[in-house]
Design a protein around this ligand. Structure first.
Ligand SMILES: Cc1cc2nc3c(=O)[nH]c(=O)nc-3n(C[C@H](O)[C@H](O)[C@H](O)COP(=O)(O)OP(=O)(O)OC[C@H]3O[C@@H](n4cnc5c(N)ncnc54)[C@H](O)[C@@H]3O)c2cc1C
Length: 505
């Protein structure tokens, strides 16, 4: 029997995968390999916002200071009320403000490229980042889901393979780890009932949750030069100073200032949705480009500020079909766990997908690190070809059991929260496009002309009041992101460790 460190494979080097690696680096004696399908790390030219809850993880991991050098936002504690979001009814020539969302928590807005670079700078030196390694599927020896620490075999698209003891699926929306895991999980449940028919699973339809589902929505993202917008509007455009969202029937536009190096930029996000396509599967590409003219046409008839933003866009902007993962009944199976979009790709209407990936990766890897350092420092290693022998497996089965429990605790703590956020985000998407959450169009009552925001609520006609009420509901469903006094990541970690150690909580 030889001794070796616990081998952890992270499939996917996006935000979730890199945060997982960074969290694991706080524990000794781990061998960590990150497998990333892309040939090089590249992020799209767009902004990303991180709410106070996941920002606490960023602080714990010690990368907050470097990130703060790349944002205009003042994240000092106690000054959290400085970035309200202003909502305007804008699908008409004369728009009006109807709500100021008092987020009471700073949304730290960053350029995605900067965020990724800071994560890569912090990537632990002793860990390996393998590029151009697309996981095709994995294989667990049947004992891996029962008793001993037999290796998980990873099969890559280039024909190569590797082994690990724990597999973290951080491979995003179209996750191959998820597809394999759900199949394995279904097969295991079925085998338990009737061990004679496992082969049926190879020919049957993929389990629910395997394939991403289209929301019917398309999101357009780009950066607008603040200088151009200033010139075009004599410095009067609201988005130069404020986080502003323009809403209308079936579409919205969101704009806010960010910095990239010394450049002042405006993050531009537009969304339009065809609800009749919701729940369908896409066959064509999900990512592409749209022309500036396409955006200008889409928002024709909207108030002037929206048109001004569109006119300052570059000639091409990136677009995404917004797809989600249906709520899974589990994020884990044996020693395999999903994090981030692989587990719960959600709509972007609460700006929380990356934040949830950060929370997942942090909690999961804290639990794994805890098990690795509280069990013996080393475990009995076994080669990929030979399953572990029973005579060398007592420490192996002990650590196997502890890891399975740790992953199960992760699932029990994180899954309800992440799925709650996904649902709240879906609801925001409905409200921002003037629908009820059950899909009916909002009944807006009598038209308002101009209706200034007064103390966070609208004054004016019925329409403004109805819209303000809707935003009030959206705000309540969003408070988890910034009200962190009682519910926070530190509390989740303590709860999870208590559950793992069976301490009263
Ligand atoms: C328009 C839009 C706006 C958004 N805005 C925000 C926001 O403001 N705030 C926020 O918190 N979130 C936001 N999100 C969501 C956020 O971008 C995602 O939730 C987040 O990137 C998920 O991170 P991840 O690491 O789980 O997945 P990803 O970022 O998708 O990373 C997955 C990685 O795995 C790699 N990979 C894929 N398949 C394989 C494979 N088979 N083998 C190996 N590697 C593989 C990919 O190349 C990629 O690098 C937004 C999303 C969209 C679409």
């Amino acid at each position: 029997m030889s001794e070796s460190p616990l081998r952890i494979a992270i499939c996917g080097g996006g935000i979730g995968g890199l945060i997982a690696a960074l969290t694991l680096s706080r524990y000794p004696d781990l061998q960590v390999d990150v497998y990333e399908s892309a040939a090089e790390h590249g992020e799209v030219g767009a902004g990303i916002g991180i709410w106070p809850r996941p920002w606490a993880v960023i602080e714990q991991l010690g990368i907050d200071k470097e990130l703060l050098t790349k944002t205009t936002v003042n994240a000092q504690r106690g000054s959290h009320a400085d970035r309200p979001i202003l909502y305007r009814k804008a699908d008409q020539p004369q728009g009006y403000s109807f709500y100021r969302l008092p987020s009471q928590g700073t949304l730290i807005t960053l350029h995605r490229v900067d965020f990724q670079q800071v994560l890569l700078n912090a990537f632990p030196k002793s860990y390996k980042l393998h590029l151009k390694k697309r996981l095709h599927s994995y294989f667990t020896h049947s004992s891996a889901s029962t008793s001993a620490l037999s290796p998980i075999r990873l099969e890559f698209a280039d024909g190569s393979h590797a082994v690990c003891d724990v597999l973290i699926g951080a491979d995003g929306l179209d996750s191959n780890v998820r597809k394999t895991m759900l199949q394995e999980r279904d097969r295991a449940s079925f085998d338990a009932a009737d061990s004679s028919s496992a082969s049926a699973f190879h020919s049957g339809p993929p389990p629910r949750g395997s394939r991403p589902v289209w929301t019917g929505g398309v999101m357009y993202r780009s950066m607008v030069s603040a200088a151009s917008l200033r010139n075009a509007t004599a410095g009067a455009h609201r988005a130069l100073k404020t986080f502003v969202q323009y809403v209308g029937k079936g579409a919205y536009v969101l704009a806010y200032p960010v910095t990239k190096g010394h450049d002042e930029l405006i993050n531009f996000v537009a969304y339009s949705v065809q609800y009749e396509m919701e729940g369908t599967y896409r066959s064509g590409p999900s990512v592409g480009q749209a022309s500036r003219e396409e955006l200008e046409r889409m928002f024709q008839g909207w108030e002037g500020e929206v048109g001004q933003l569109c006119q300052c866009l570059p000639s091409k902007v990136n677009k995404w079909a917004i797809q989600t993962v249906e709520p899974l009944y589990t994020f884990v199976h044996g020693r395999v766990a999903l994090v981030g979009d692989a587990a719960h790709a959600m709509t972007p209407h609460q700006g929380s997908g990356a934040g949830q990936a950060i929370e997942d990766a942090y909690l999961l890897c804290t639990l794994i690190g805890h098990v690795a350092s509280s069990s013996s420092h080393h475990h009995a290693s076994s080669s990929t070809r030979s399953p572990p022998r029973s005579d060398c497996s007592s420490s192996s089965s002990n650590i196997h059991q502890r890891l399975v429990e740790a992953l199960s605790v992760y699932d029990r703590v994180r899954r309800p929260k992440a799925q709650m956020v996904a649902e709240k985000s879906r609801q925001n998407g409905m409200w921002f496009t003037l629908r009820e959450t059950d899909g009916r169009e909002l009944n807006l009552g009598r038209k308002s002309s101009k209706s200034p925001v007064v103390n966070g609520a609208a004054s004016g006609g019925d329409e403004a009041q109805i819209l303000a009420d809707v935003m009030e509901r959206a705000c309540r469903g969003w408070e988890w992101a910034w009200r962190t006094e009682e519910e926070n990541v530190g509390k989740d970690v303590r709860l999870a460790l208590d559950m793992l150690e069976r301490r009263p909580h």
